[in-house]
Design a protein around this ligand. Sequence first.
Ligand code: ZN
Ligand code: ZN
Ligand code: ZN
Ligand code: ZN
Length: 348
Amino acid sequence: MERSLCKCGNVLFFESSVCVRCQRDVGWCTTCGKITSLEPHPQGGFTCNTKGCGAHVAKCENYATYDVCNRTIPADKAEVGALCDYCRFNRTIPNLDAPDNKVMWARIEAAKRRVLYGFDRLGLVYGTAEDGVVPPLMFDFKTDGGDGKQYRDVAGGEQVFTGHDNGVITLNLKEADPVLREKSRVEFGEAHRTLVGHFRHEMGHYIWDVMVKGQREPECVALFGDHNAVAYADALNAYYQNGPKADWPTAYVSGYATMHPWEDFAETFANYLDLMATIESARDGKMTSIKDEAKFDDLTAEYVRLGIVLNELNRGIGLIDFLPEVIVEPVKKKMAFVHSLTKLGKKR
Ligand SMILES: [Zn+2]
Ligand SMILES: [Zn+2]
Ligand SMILES: [Zn+2]
Ligand SMILES: [Zn+2]
C-alpha cells in the first residue's frame, strides 16, 4: 500500500479518515486513486488535495453517516445517500441497534477495502449485475441468531457460516472480534486468521466463478486437480473427519487447501494476494525495489526474502510469523496461474 501526504505534510494511511496533525478530513479519491486530505468545497462536499487532481467529491454515505468507510464519490454522481464503489456491494449490513455491531462492521469494511483495492490494482474482474459481471458480487455481514442482535448473542436461531455462494460472500460478524477469532484460529490450527485473509479467500472462490469457470478450467484442473471428481459436500465431510493429508506441505499452501480443488484455489489465491500486497508496501517503505512487472519467479523469491526478515522482526517482539507459508515448487506453479489472471500476468 502506498502512503500519501496530507496538505500539512503529515503521512496519511489507507485507513485514515482524519489527519491526526491538522484535523483535516481524509478520504480516498477515486479520480486520482489516492488517499488525500479533503478541503471543504464552496458548493458543498470537498475538494481533493492531491496535486494535479482537485476533484470535487462527496463522502460515501457509509462514511458521512456511520464512519465505517473513508471513500468518496465524484460530486456529480453523489445523490443523497449514495454509496461508494466498494460499499455498493453490501447487500446485508449489521443491525446497528446493537452498538458493538458498528465497531465490528467498521473493521470488516476496512479489511474489505484493502482486498478490493488489491483487485483494482491487479485488474481482477468483479462487479454488479449492472456492470454486466456474472455472478454479481454481494456481501452479507450477519450475526448468528437471525435477529441481528449483538454478535455474541448466539442463543438458538440461524447459524451464519462465512463463505461464498454464487457471488454472495457471507461473513459472520464475530470474525471481527479478535478474541473470538483467535480462539477459532487455535482450534482450527491455522497459521493466520484475519479479516483480510477471509476476504482474500472468499474472493478467490468468487474469481474462480468469474474468471476461471468455463474459460480456463482445463489449465486449472491440471494444476489444482479435478473439481468435478469429488462432490464438494463429501470432501468437506471427509476433511472434518480425517483432517488434512499428512504430506500437504509438499504441494499445498495450507492443510485446508487439501480439502477440495476449489479450496486449494481459494487458499492459493489468498496467498498470492498477500504476496502482491507485501511487495507493494515493502516498495513504498523502501525495503525492496522490485517492480510489479518483474517475472513471477523473481516476485516470489523477493517475497520469501522479505518474509524471512519480517518473520525475524515479528519473532523479535513476540508476534506470530508474518509469512508462515512455505512456497514449494507446486505451490509456486499454482500461484503463477493466479498471477496469469491479473493484468500483470496477461502482459507476458
Ligand atoms: Zn494534515
Ligand atoms: Zn483526487
Ligand atoms: Zn463506502
Ligand atoms: Zn473456501
